[in-house]
Structures are given as structure tokens and as C-alpha cells.
Design a protein around this ligand. Structure first.
Ligand code: FAD
Ligand code: MG
Length: 322
């Protein structure tokens, strides 16, 4: 995932994910600053530890509104708006189900159907109350839990881009484990690999080339477990409480902001190819690449990126439904 001849790569593990920063300068101090920034946001947003601003909200569910910092409030506002879109599969209050399934964590298992039925009523985004003036978030029912796993990395990738810009950096790439944000236009653009679902770690379906754009992929092949011959992945259907089941192996969104990319991958994943393409016709600036279980690669449109197929077991179906 590089471009040009003098690219320096810096890596870390944060948010349970491999993080990769690419710069055109050998600047370890700047890389350390970037990792520190990511860590600061992780500390505010994580639900994988007892304490964070988001966990303060969760601990006070059913009891009291909680004051949070401006960036956390803004991110929750965006996540709530995406959750309240008609027929949305994005749900910021999916936390109780995520915690019960534990997909991608130790102790994952298929919950008994009765337990899922009990947890579903605790995942209603309508029961989140935001107070703009006070800057508070209130989960009105006990045992509700916000989970920003489907949106936080996009938000953080944008903050890294903004920080690098402020530091005078003209060309950089940050990969937060599936969320890529790029700055600038190196010769030939930035090339981002589109992973082959369930392939070897470095196997690619193709390569996406962009400049100054974000490339976010959500796939069923990153975090999953198998039980009784069935695969269970980490994108849950808020209507059923089970992993979303449709024709898709992955959805990639190309957009200016990674926040949009992260929201739309989950929204569009839930809709599938046909509905997703229909909706994106009214969203200039948000473009999708679908990879189906039938090994098709389908674009909603392709004005902000170019794509090169690398694995010829896959078939390019350019703009067929757009
Ligand atoms: P996306 O496809 O964008 O979203 C999937 C994730 O969103 C799921 O993992 C779940 O968290 C949530 N989700 C599931 N269904 C829905 C739905 N219908 N609507 C909305 N959200 C949904 N991983 C670790 O292993 N250890 C850690 O300590 C850890 N800490 C993290 C801290 C932070 C601040 C963040 C943002 C992530 C952390 N993660 C950690 C990773 C996290 O658990 C998710 O796996 C990751 O955010 C998924 O990103 P994605 O882009 O692959 O998934
Ligand atoms: Mg997402």
C-alpha cells in the first residue's frame, strides 16, 4: 500500500488493530505524535475497558445524562443520526449484543435465541437523548450500551489527517486496520489493496488508487468465528440480533471523510447491492465497491478512484446497477 520511492512506514497496535502510518519523510517524532493522538481518542471512545467517556454514559444508563467532551458528543450525534435513518442497519446502541456475542474477542459463542430476544429491546436508538446545550448524552433505559466500533475509526482517521495537515505534511496515509485516509497526491496516487475475502493475509482482489480520499472496507472475513460449521461475523443485524446475512463479502466506501466511509460501509452492507446503489445515486462523493460471495466486484460509480483487478477468479461488473 505505498506509492513513490521514498515512503517511510511506521506501525503500532492500537484499538486492537494494526495501525500503519506512511510518510514521505523519515520522521519518527511525528509518527509518535500521531500514535499518541490515536491513543487519546481510543481512551475517550473505547468500550473495551471499564473507563472512558463512552463507558461513563453506559454506566449511567437508565439513571442520568452524562456530560462528555465536544468531539465525543459530535461523534455520538453522527452515530445517532445514522441509526435513525429509515430501515438503517447502523445502530449505535448495539452494545449489549456486541458484548454478548464477543465476536473477535475471547469467549465468542452463539447466544441462545431467548437471550438475543431479551437483549434486542435494549438496542433502540430512539431511547438516546442528546442535549446540545448541556453537551450531555442520556441512555434512558437501564442496561443500554453505546458501541462506536462501526464509526470511531473513521472519525479518528480524519483527526489524524487534520493533524498532519496542520503540521504542514502534504502527503501521508494512515491505515487504522481497514480504515484508510490519505493526504495529498503523490505521483501515481495512493494505492490501497482490496483484500481477498478469506484469502491469505496479503491476497488481494484488486487495487484501488485515490488521491486525498478515504477508503474504508467492512468485511465479513475480518472478525468472525465458526460454530457447528457456520460462520458468524461481527456486523450484526439490529432487526434480528444475528450477523447480517446477504450476498456480500465486503463493502468499500471511497469518500472525502473517513467518518462518512465508516458510516456508509455499515449502512450499505445492510442494504445489499441493489438498494445500496440506488441510495448512493443521490450521494455524490460517496462511492461503493461491493465484493459479492459470487466473486463479483461491483461499483456504484467510479469518479473518485481507479481500480485494477488482480485476482481473475473475480469478475468486474462496472456500474451495472448504478
Ligand atoms: P465496521 O464494519 O465498521 O463495524 C463493525 C463493528 O461495529 C463491530 O465490531 C461492532 O463493534 C459494531 N457493530 C456491529 N454491528 C453493528 C451495527 N449494526 N451498527 C453499528 N455498529 C455495529 N478490538 C480489540 O480486539 N481489542 C480492543 O481493545 C479494541 N479496542 C477498540 C477501541 C476503539 C476506540 C475502537 C474504535 C475499536 C476497538 N477495537 C478493539 C475494535 C472493535 O472492537 C471493532 O472490531 C472495530 O471497531 C471494527 O471495525 P471495522 O471497521 O472492522 O468494523
Ligand atoms: Mg463502519
Amino acid at each position: 500500500m505505498s506509492s513513490g520511492s521514498h515512503v517511510y512506514g511506521y506501525s503500532a497496535v492500537l484499538m486492537g488493530s494494526p495501525i500503519l502510518l506512511k510518510l514521505f519523510d523519515n520522521n519518527q517524532a511525528l509518527a509518535s505524535q500521531v500514535f499518541r493522538l490515536i491513543k487519546q481518542y481510543e481512551d475517550l471512545l473505547t468500550v473495551n475497558r471499564a473507563q472512558s467517556e463512552v463507558m461513563n454514559i453506559n454506566h449511567a444508563a437508565g439513571r442520568a445524562p452524562v456530560t462528555v467532551s465536544a468531539p465525543v458528543f459530535e461523534l455520538i450525534r453522527c452515530a445517532l443520526a445514522a441509526s435513525l435513518v429509515k430501515d438503517s442497519c447502523f445502530n449505535l446502541t448495539i452494545g449489549p449484543l456486541v458484548k454478548r456475542w464477543r465476536i473477535g474477542f475471547k469467549g465468542d459463542s452463539v447466544p441462545p435465541a431467548g437471550e438475543i430476544a431479551t437483549l434486542l429491546p435494549r438496542t433502540r436508538p430512539e431511547q438516546v437523548i442528546l442535549d446540545d446545550e448541556a453537551g450531555t448524552v442520556f441512555l434512558t433505559q437501564p442496561d443500554m450500551e453505546i458501541d462506536l466500533g462501526a464509526i470511531a475509526k473513521g472519525f479518528i482517521a480524519d483527526r489524524v489527517r487534520d493533524y498532519l495537515k496542520l503540521q504542514g505534511v502534504e502527503q501521508a496515509l494512515i491505515n487504522l486496520g481497514g480504515n484508510v485516509q490519505t493526504l495529498g497526491s503523490p505521483p501515481g496516487g495512493w494505492t490501497v489493496g482490496l483484500k481477498k475475502p478469506f484469502g491469505e493475509a496479503d491476497a488481494l482482489v484488486g487495487a484501488i488508487t485515490v488521491e486525498n480520499k478515504s477508503v474504508v472496507t467492512s468485511g465479513v472475513y475480518e472478525r468472525y468465528f465458526e460454530q457447528d460449521g457456520r460462520r458468524y461475523h461481527h456486523i450484526l443485524d439490529p432487526r434480528t440480533g444475528y450477523p447480517l446475512d446477504n450476498e456480500l463479502d465486503s463493502v468499500t466506501i471511497i469518500s472525502t471523510d473517513s467518518l462518512d466511509g465508516d458510516i456508509w460501509t455499515t449502512l450499505i452492507y445492510g442494504m445489499g447491492v441493489e438498494k445500496g446503489c440506488a441510495l448512493l445515486r443521490h450521494q455524490p462523493g460517496i462511492e461503493a465497491i461491493f465484493v459479492t460471495k459470487q466473486r463479483e466486484v461491483i461499483f456504484s460509480s467510479a469518479s473518485q478512484f481507479s481500480f485494477t483487478l488482480r485476482d481473475f477468479d473475480y469478475r468486474l461488473v462496472t456500474g451495472s446497477t448504478a
